[in-house]
Design a protein. Sequence first.
Length: 119
Amino acid sequence: MLNQHLVWRRALLIFLIVMGALFLLRLHRADGVEQPSESIAAGHRLAEAWCMECHVIGAMPTGAKKVAPDFVAVANRPSTTKLWLKVFLKTSHPTMPNIIVGPSEADDLANYIMSLKRD
């Protein structure tokens, strides 16, 4: 009987440690700290590969013909949020090519575009 109680106590202790670690990991991700530079760099690479044909990736050069909004303008719209960008990237639009964007790619692109926001 003593061994069975010891096994249950150890199992409970391990469970509590794992749950605590997961809780701390979740807090770390939700604390609002700036996005990692790797994600922003990955988003920039994706924007160059997928978006540059129609969008200006950085600021709009003087005298450039504006076909689609440049990413700096998109980032600085009052309504632009990371969530809005992720939803937009996963929604089909008649004026855009139908690119299938995965969840991590949407995060990277949204992080890159939001990094262009001026304070």
